[in-house]
Design a protein. Structure first.
Length: 248
């Protein structure tokens, strides 16, 4: 369940736990503080230690500015709460690459998994989820997705787009501070739980009850939880946009 957050996202637990102040915070100058918070990222002057934004390279500013523009565009799009997590089912369509079979079996027989994929609208807007679809499932997706235009379909209801706020946050460290980074990590953790509980794998032995999206009740539950998490993501997206605007 949680290993994914350190495998798909190449940011170690040690990096996550290395604390940096928020952009508006200053540290009291001291020898121990200077040893930890030093040049080129930090500068000491007038009894305090603060970030030195002059240390952000041109390439880093360009990259962070591009991330900010993508987040702004995502924020402006209408959210879609009708996908019901079908991407995980599309990945194992017709028995293709059942990645977690050594840990957890499929919750339904393969023919029922296939029937569900064929009976429900598949409307994945996130390229990094879509690219793992079974080959036979890709033509079933209602949205055309391609690597070159992978961010053009990002929308604020998507659990993977919201999970990726963690990616954009750690990519902006240390300039945005650890409080925002860790809030994005906690959101990604909760989104991961929903993603897998609504998926085709039976995780009950690991303590995770299924969200049975093959039923109307399960789809309602998924949608309600997705909305709550999207509301959290919206606040973090706004904060990340503001923080990136200060450093790029």
């Amino acid at each position: 369940m949680y290993d994914f957050l350190f495998q798909y996202y190449p940011y170690s637990a040690g990096q996550l736990e290395t604390w940096h102040p928020a952009p508006h915070e200053a540290l009291e100058d001291s020898a121990p503080a200077r040893e930890r918070f030093n040049a080129p990222v930090y500068v000491a002057a007038n009894g305090v230690i603060q970030r030195d934004l002059r240390a952000v390279s041109h390439d880093a500013r360009t990259k962070l500015s591009g991330v900010r523009e993508m987040l702004l565009a995502t924020r402006e799009r209408a959210p879609n709460f009708g996908c019901f997590g079908m991407h995980e089912w599309a990945m194992v369509y017709r028995g293709h690459d059942i990645r977690h079979a050594h840990i957890a079996p499929l919750r339904l027989p393969q023919h029922d998994v296939d029937a569900l994929v064929e009976s429900r609208p598949v409307a994945c807007s996130h390229f990094d989820a879509f690219r793992f679809f079974a080959p036979d499932a890709k033509p079933l997706n209602r949205l055309p997705l391609a690597y070159a235009t992978r961010y053009d379909r990002e929308q604020p209801g998507c659990i993977h787009a919201n999970m990726d706020l963690y990616r954009w946050a750690y990519g902006a460290m240390p300039w945005i501070g650890s409080d925002l980074l860790f809030a994005c990590f906690l959101l990604a953790s909760d989104l991961r739980v929903l993603d897998m509980e609504a998926g085709p794998y039976d995780l009950r032995e690991l303590g995770f009850e299924p969200v049975r999206i093959e039923t109307a009740e399960g789809r309602d539950e998924y949608q309600q939880r997705q909305q709550v998490l999207a509301d959290r993501a919206a606040l973090l997206r706004d904060e990340l946009i503001d923080s990136l605007g200060e450093c790029c």
